[in-house]
Each structure stands twice: as structure tokens, then as C-alpha cells.
Design a protein around this ligand. Structure first.
Ligand SMILES: Cc1ncc(COP(=O)(O)O)c(C=O)c1O
Length: 364
């Protein structure tokens, strides 16, 4: 229970319930195994070597990251199989870093243009270890990625330039839409886009050995077939957004911000000492406020200042006493983690450990 906090905390601080964390990791690993999928969790959600280790020991084939610097931090911590799940655009500095990294770990990177794969090929020429490339295709998120039918064109340019292009990947961001059918629809879109991408590679004589998809909302919804690998990230902790769209229950929330009631300016209002500098400001249109208070589920976090969260209570509801320490579950967990130096690990209200957010701010 994430709201069971150790005594005497100096707030605000990010607290992780070790049992819920381990259960979330084990459940996803088991679901991937049962469904016949490789699991390559996205480390941007935790940026933490201890959690990466737990995911690998639970059976993950490697980890996904968003940036070269996240990959560098995890490689230094001993993770030896990494996928930079983003279309990499290399400048001279990044090209040198990629080359160095490729000599250390099994490295896979994303690309979604002919120009980008040519830069990649120039950067890794002469490296002993061959970098693998996945072409990013857009399955409906309208973020990055080429049309699935164009995957072969990018892949062929990469192969012609000497790269080892091994397949395609996609990210179903539209699985976060609020309507209840969004997650199933996004999973179908991933399957279709990856199948089409594989066909497009085959038409150019290239074999799509790796077809990577998945997100926390769509993991567990894929049918056997095109999708071979899953990259969920948020599932390790879950958050108020996952609770709102129904991909987790309150029992699956592993991380909260422990925060103190520092002011009660009116009977129906109180103020906490965690603001946007701790929680981040992410707020999708369908969550009711800036986070979820498990002990006050009917309260609404109506606004954030840099160091304050304003909370409104329903008419007549009892307010917490000044000085109370409450658990506040963030809307989108990845941002508060990236803002924190460390995670306080607890079990049953007892502090067990503190883990460094080693890849905090590793955004290049
Ligand atoms: C490319 C990519 N893969 C995987 C993920 C992880 O998905 P989720 O955040 O739903 O766990 C993300 C998240 O943004 C992503 O951008």
C-alpha cells in the first residue's frame, strides 16, 4: 500500500512501496512470457539501476531508453543490452558517443528517415560490434515514425549504407485516449502497422526479425502475430493517469510523493508542500486534478504552484490536520522521477533503502 508511509519523513520525497513494485514487475514479466512476447521495459520511467536489475532478473531481454545518455548511464551500471527507442539524429558528438557505446553493449537504435540511417552508418563504420537498427513506424500516434508502407524504403537505405536493419518499432500513444475502446484499438493499430512494416521490408529483401511495440496501456492486449516485443515503462510504478484510464487499480500504485499539509486556509481547502518542481505539471484532460490522494479519494488537487499543491475537499468532508504527511500519487510518474535525486524504498511503512535516480536529467 503506497499510502503506508514511514514515520518522520522529510518532505517532499518520492516513496516506493517495494512489494507493489516487485509485484508489478513480476506480473508484466509473467504476462509477456505467457503471451510469447519478449519484454524490453522502457527505463525512462524509473531511470534507476536497481529497478533495471530487477526487470532483467525477472526475465526482460534488455531495456529500452529514450536517449543516448540514458543508455550510457545504464551501460555504466552493467546493463549490456539496450534499445534507444527514438529516431536518433546524430551530430558529431552523438556519433562519437554512439560508437563508444556500441563497443561496450549490444545496442539497437531507432531511425525514421533515410538521412538519419546514413548518419548512423557513418557513425558506426569501423566499430567491432554491429549496431542494430529498427525503423520507427507511426501506428496512429502522429508523433514520430514513417508510414508503415515506407519502412522498407528507410530500411533498404540503411542496409545499403552497411547497417544491420533488423525490423521495426512503433509506439501507440493514442492508447492513452480516454474512451474505453482506445486501448484495444491502439493494440490492433500496432499489430497492423508492424505487420505492414514487416511486409514492406520483405518486399525489399530484408527480414524483419524484431517487431517491437507496446506501452503500459496496450501491453497484454496484443494477439499472437506481428508484435514480438513489448516496451512498457510506467507499469513498474503506475500513476494517477493509469488509474483514470483503468489500466491499474489503486493496489497497483507503487510510487507516491510524501508531502506535508502546511496550510489550511479554509474549511474546504488545504495546501501541501509538493508543487510542480516535484510533481511535474502533466495533466491529461481526463484526470480530475494534479494527482490522486489515496486517503482522500474525493479531494481534488486543483492547482500547483512551484512549491504548493492546492487541495479542495467536498462539502463537509474532514480535512487532515496541519503537519499530516500524505501520499500523493502523481498524474504521470516519469516526470517526478526525473525531477528527483533518489527514491525512498519502503515496505509496510518502514524505510528499507534509498536508490539513486542515476539517469536523472539524462536527456541528451
Ligand atoms: C517509444 C516508447 N516506447 C515505450 C514507451 C513506454 O510506454 P508507457 O509510458 O506507456 O509505459 C514510451 C513512452 O513514452 C515510448 O515513447
Amino acid at each position: 500500500m503506497v499510502e503506508q508511509l514511514p514515520e518522520g519523513l522529510v518532505t517532499p520525497v518520492l516513496v516506493v512501496d517495494a512489494d507493489v513494485l516487485d509485484r508489478n514487475i513480476a506480473r508484466m514479466a509473467q504476462a509477456a512470457r505467457t503471451g510469447g512476447f519478449a519484454l524490453r521495459p522502457h527505463a525512462k520511467s524509473h531511470k534507476c539501476a536497481e529497478i533495471a536489475g530487477r526487470q532483467l532478473r525477472a526475465g526482460a531481454s534488455g531495456l529500452s531508453v529514450a536517449t543516448l545518455s540514458e543508455a550510457e548511464v545504464l551501460a555504466a551500471a552493467g546493463v549490456d543490452d539496450l534499445f534507444v527507442a527514438c529516431p536518433l539524429w546524430l551530430d558529431a558528438g552523438r556519433a562519437r558517443r554512439l560508437h563508444r557505446l556500441a563497443d561496450k553493449v549490444a545496442l539497437r537504435v531507432g531511425a525514421d528517415s533515410v538521412q538519419a540511417v546514413r548518419r548512423l552508418a557513418d557513425a558506426v563504420r569501423g566499430s567491432d560490434r554491429r549496431v542494430e537498427v529498427l525503423v520507427e513506424v507511426d501506428c496512429g500516434a502522429r508523433r514520430t515514425g514513417v508510414r508503415a508502407a515506407d519502412a522498407g524504403r528507410v530500411a533498404e537505405a540503411g542496409a545499403d549504407a552497411g547497417l544491420r536493419v533488423v525490423g521495426a518499432f512503433t509506439f501507440p500513444a493514442h492508447g492513452y485516449d480516454h474512451d474505453p475502446g482506445a486501448r484495444e484499438r491502439a493494440a490492433r493499430d500496432e499489430e497492423q502497422a508492424l505487420a505492414e512494416a514487416a511486409e514492406s521490408l520483405r518486399e525489399r529483401g530484408l527480414d524483419a526479425q524484431v517487431l517491437s511495440g507496446g506501452s503500459t496501456p496496450t501491453a497484454g492486449r496484443h494477439r499472437a502475430g506481428p508484435v514480438g516485443e513489448l516496451r512498457p515503462g510506467v507499469y513498474v510504478f503506475n500513476d494517477a493517469q493509469q488509474l483514470a484510464i483503468g489500466t491499474c487499480t489503486a493496489d497497483d500504485l507503487a510510487l507516491c510523493v510524501a508531502t506535508t499539509v502546511i496550510s489550511r486556509p479554509a474549511r474546504d481547502r488545504f495546501v501541501l508542500d509538493a508543487g510542480s518542481k516535484v510533481l511535474g505539471a502533466d495533466r491529461s484532460p481526463w484526470v480530475t486534478g494534479h494527482g490522486h490522494l489515496p486517503r482522500y479519494p474525493d479531494a481534488t488537487v486543483t492547482a500547483l504552484w512551484e512549491h504548493h499543491a492546492m487541495v479542495r475537499l467536498p462539502e463537509g468532508a474532514p480535512a487532515p490536520a496541519l503537519g499530516s504527511v500524505l501520499a500523493l500519487v502523481p498524474n504521470h510518474v516519469c516526470t517526478p522521477v526525473n525531477l528527483a535525486d533518489e527514491l525512498l524504498i519502503a515496505r509496510g511503512g518502514v524505510e528499507l533503502d534509498r536508490w539513486r535516480v542515476a539517469a536523472r536529467g539524462a536527456n541528451t
